[in-house]
Structures are given as C-alpha cells and as structure tokens.
Design a protein around this ligand. Structure first.
Ligand code: NAD
Length: 259
C-alpha cells in the first residue's frame, strides 16, 4: 500500500536526534525519500545505512548556520532524488547559558539566534526556489509553544528565536499561498528528547514546574511530533498554511490544569 507521502522528497534538519529522528523514520515508513541534515556525522551515516541507504535516505553534513552548507543540502535532494517536496526545518539548540535576560550575555544570545532562527531563514530561502519552480511544496518550521506563551523560567534568546520562526513562517505562508507552497509552524510543547532531558537533568524542580502546566500531565514523545509533521507535510493538510500548529498536551489552552 502506498504511504501518505509516497515518493515525495523531504529534507529534514536535526534529523539525527529527537523530533527530527522520529520524523525521518516516520517519513521513510510513509514512502518518502529523505535527506537528513545534521552535524552528528557518525549517527547520520549510521541512520541512513539503517534505513536502507541511498535508495531511501541520504545523510549530509550541514551546519544550519552556514548558507553554503544549507544550499548544498537542498541541492543534494534535487540532484539525488529529482525534487524538493518537503522541508522540515527543525534543527535547534537550547544551551544552559541562555537563561534569564539578566544572566545571558551577547555571545549566548547570538549563538541561539543563529542556530534556531537564521537557520530557518537560510533553509526557507534555499528550499523555496525549487518548490516555486515545481508549483508545489510543504515547509514545516519547528517553533515552540514558547513562541506564543511567556515562561517565568526564561531562556530569553530561545523564546525570542522561536517567536521569530513563527512570524517568518506566517509571512512566508501568506506570501506563497497562491503559488502552491504551504508554510506552517510546528509548535511542540515539552517533548521527551535529549534537548529537554539535558535542560531538566540538572534542575528537577524546573522540570516539575513545567510539568504542572501540562493538562495531560506528561511530556510529549518524539513520535507524536512526527505524526503532526507528517500531517503538515502531506496533502491531508492541503487547506492549511501560515498556521501555528500547537501540539502541546493542552498547555496553551489551559488556565488551570487538573490535579
Ligand atoms: N524537546 C522539546 O521539548 C522541544 C519543544 C519545543 C520545540 N522544540 C524544538 O524542536 C527541535 C528539535 O528539538 P529536539 O528536542 O528534537 O532536539 P535534539 O537535541 O534531540 O535534536 C536536535 C538535533 O539538531 C542537531 N543540530 C544542533 N545544532 C545543529 C546545527 N548547527 N546544524 C545542524 N544540526 C544541528 C543536533 O545534532 C541534533 O541531532 C528544535 O528546534 C527545538 O527547539 C523542542
């Protein structure tokens, strides 16, 4: 039986871990050809091999802050598989030195802006010409629930970067809506990945404080994000663009959470 994105060509950044990894695996199950972009070369090559090699998956080393490397990533998709149908611009970081504005220095601020926001600009800029030429494409940018809600336990540059991703996504979605290219933002709630585990491992109280606000009373799983990305990537979401797609266990809808 054909998959939901059978023979579509997808580029996924940050595909070696967490949400990106789960999405790579789901996309391959659903019939896509996947180009995985990451800086984790060992895991990237192992992953592409495990999935079946170049007939279904190709790993490309890419630092998403480099225009040359991002351009090469999308060019690889076109040259290897013939099109660029889906771009999941997902790589991101959440380093401990990005904290309250009172403690976060300019270097820490800039690093997060580069990896989380400038990267999405570069990936969209690189993907769009292929999609416009085809008259078809779906871009999904990973923002976060913190793009729409303020947190008392701040990571100031992270939150600002995700707000930027969401605004850019909306604008691109509107601009290219009549040319067959859809652009949506995935806004995950807290998801059980290395990024979150690293952040909370050293601060159990901070983790507990965040969990209290999730109506479902648990963190999300990467596979639950992958299912949402698949929906946004596939024709099932054909009337959706410029959307803030919150997959957050109910956080953004809650005033009081059940005990
Ligand atoms: N985990 C959460 O709770 C959560 C919540 C909301 C949003 N997000 C967002 O989801 C996305 C994925 O997060 P995750 O939790 O799966 O993280 P993760 O740390 O598990 O995976 C991130 C991947 O990105 C790669 N990466 C990091 N810097 C890179 C760079 N400069 N160039 C290329 N690749 C790079 C890493 O090697 C890794 O494979 C991020 O944008 C993150 O901000 C995560």
């Amino acid at each position: 039986m054909a998959g939901r994105i059978q023979d579509r060509v997808a580029v996924i950044t940050g595909g070696c871990s967490g949400i990106g990894l789960a999405t790579v695996e789901r996309f391959v199950q659903e019939g896509a050809k996947v180009v995985i972009g990451d800086i984790d070369d060992e895991r990237g090559h192992q992953l592409a091999d495990r999935l079946g090699g170049e007939t279904v998956a190709t790993y490309v080393h890419v630092d998403v802050t480099s225009k040359e490397e991002v351009d090469a990533l999308f060019r690889t998709a076109k040259d290897t598989y013939g099109s660029v149908d889906i771009a999941f611009n997902n790589a991101g970081i959440s380093p401990p030195e990005d904290d309250s504005i009172l403690d976060t220095d300019l270097d820490a601020w800039r690093k997060v802006q580069e990896v989380n926001l400038t990267s999405v600009y570069l990936c969209c800029k690189s993907a769009l010409p292929y999609m416009l030429e085809q008259g078809r494409g779906s871009i999904i940018n990973t923002a976060s629930f913190v793009a729409v809600m303020g947190a008392a336990t701040s990571q100031i540059s992270y939150s600002a970067s995700k707000g930027g991703v969401l605004s850019m996504t909306r604008e691109l979605g509107v601009q290219f809506a009549r040319e067959g290219v859809r652009v949506n933002a995935l806004c995950p709630g807290p998801v059980n990945t290395p990024l979150l585990q690293d952040l909370f491992a050293k601060d159990a109280e901070r983790a507990a404080r965040r969990l209290v606000h999730v109506p479902m009373g648990r963190f999300g799983e990467p596979e639950e994000m992958a299912a949402a990305v698949l929906f946004l990537a596939s024709d099932d979401s054909s009337f959706m663009t410029a959307n803030t797609f919150l997959v957050d266990g109910g956080i953004s809808g809650a005033y009081v959470t059940p005990l």
